[in-house]
Design a protein around this ligand. Sequence first.
Ligand code: NAD
Ligand code: IPM
Ligand code: MN
Length: 365
Amino acid sequence: MNLNITVLPGDGIGPEVTEQALLVLQAVAEAFGHRVQSQHKVIGGAALTAVHDPLPADTVQACLKSSAVLLGAVGSPAFDHNPGHLRPEAGLLKIRRELGAYANLRPAVFFPALEDCSPLRAEIVRGTDIMIVRELLGGAYFGQPRSIEGDAGARVAVNTMRYAEHEVERIARVAFDLAMKRKRKVLSVDKANVLECSRLWRDVVTRIGKDYPEVKLGHQYVDSAAMLLVRRPAEFDVVLTENMFGDILSDQAGGVVGSLGLLASASIGGPVGLYEPVHGSAPDIAGKGIANPLGAILSAAMMLRHSFQLEQEAACVEKAVSAVLTEGARTADLAGKAHAAISTVEMGRRVVETVSRVASTQKSA
Ligand code: NAD
Ligand code: IPM
Ligand code: MN
């Protein structure tokens, strides 16, 4: 199979982690007889620097013509005072919209080898395997009107949280379909005690849930869900939630399982899937060669699964990641006192090497 992808490295550690993810993708492709054809395009701060546009038309065209997109991260303090449409983040929001990527799947899985990395006690975090299903094209991120107006000292800012029934319905179906292949539990997270958007959300999710009688549906307010996520993370299965709540809870889930740098995501639902680690451009460690590339690498695995239906290949990458962690490979975010930290490149190399080994045992099994 030809894996025709566009790579959007972006800013900060984005290029560092996507480089390793691409090497792993090439390794698994080679092991299973596929070919990766990739082209690189600019987004975010890199695109602002190059052409004063956080998402040039050329980047959009390239993404739409490819079968999947691998993204690093966007964002840089250099642009933090730009007007909204000239911020790196605007490029990311726009590419999600251009690709129709309304469903953001963010798994948070605890690796047994990382018991010393979670701030939680091992008996609490053990067994954690959560799939956060975050609505990605609605809510306050895209609602109109939005503005900031007035004179200094008397300014007023407005954002609009907005959801239409069909937007809730389609993301709810994604969550229930996933739950059917997992532990058949959906926890819908909202703020229905305060927000109209959440009341509509709860109503629609409850209605769609009737089509899935085997799935146990629960509802939780987001404040309470945040508390439960640290108290009893292992009890969660699928978490279904709106755009901003999903953004917040997924970083929290990263902390729970040991590092945000581990978390991968798939942004799907449109014609071309977008695969992006959950973390940002990490300006505090960018350029040092110490970022954890596993979130990006596991995002490439999600690409194999969701855009190319290559389940064996996806599983091969996931097994390789688990294996290198078991062997003690740790980037700085995971190293703690017991391990020496390895670089981004070395972590990538270890996964590449292990992918080939796992592939040959998988194929002979
Ligand atoms: P961040 O996720 O970039 O970093 C938060 C903390 O986690 C930092 O201490 C960072 O060093 C650490 N971290 C993140 N990824 C890591 C990795 N792979 N390995 C090791 N440590 C890692 O969040 P932030 O600092 O709040 O935001 C920085 C910039 O990134 C901002 O401009 C923000 O808008 C942007 N951002 C982009 C995305 C994206 O492109 N998808 C996501 C989140 C934030
Ligand atoms: C994420 C990021 C983005 C979001 C920002 C950078 C626009 O935080 O992917 O989680 O809020 O969706
Ligand atoms: Mn985020």
